[in-house]
Design a protein around this ligand. Sequence first.
Ligand SMILES: [Zn+2]
Ligand SMILES: [Zn+2]
Length: 270
Amino acid sequence: MLVDSHAHLEGHRFDSDREEVIARAREAGIETIVAIGNGDGPVNFDCGILLAEKYEFIYATIGIHPHEAKLADQSALDRMEQLAKRPKVIAWGEIGLDYFYDHSPREVQQNAFISQMELARAAKLPIVIHCRPSDNSENAWEDCLGLVQEQWAPSGLGGIMHCFTGNVAQAKRALDMGFMVSFAGNITFPKAQQIRDAALEVPLDRILIETDSPFLAPIPYRGKRNEPLFVKEVARQLGELRGLSTEEIGQQTTQNFNRFFSLHEKRMTV
Ligand SMILES: [Zn+2]
Ligand SMILES: [Zn+2]
């Protein structure tokens, strides 16, 4: 029993075998996948939704990634506002700040982040946050957690800190604001001690797991294309850290996911 809470299944690297990748995950016990709907920006905003509408066990998000923040003009925001109403959209994201690549100027990223938090609040959807500081810096964390505190925490809708790479103090701030903390394949990398330290401190009932496919394949697949099936390796690593089996981590994180999104309720009404 496993949930991959974050996968970019529309990615071109899945074009030749997307159906097999999804079938493989399903056969291996991945009961739910969240298809992140950033795509390449406005040209394919509905990429997550299209997959979710095709497969019962896939849910979708909608949003502009910080890399594409400069594309967040009024027409893009209006279109997302409409798409967010589709029944299988369960969160807004990934949104946030990426000061590592700086593909969009930081002020533009901050504005796109704020505008999308406003839309998510109106749509009553939790948010999925991407936060990456520049090398050897905490800059994006300071700005991101500050903006969330100001603009989002009062909504009470919470969200997911996806592919968490921050420290224990940053995880605690996110937890205090109602966030789940999601760990990805990089938790298995030898140099990622900070991630493992944080993973030991986050309460078990607030942890999610993800692949961020096709990126960041965990050991022993590092360097290859990642896929939802490999979320098992994230569960295995968390289990080793916490003295639990891969199955126990799978079960706990699946329960956490279903509780946070109340999916069983939604499944009955869709
Ligand atoms: Zn991300
Ligand atoms: Zn992602």
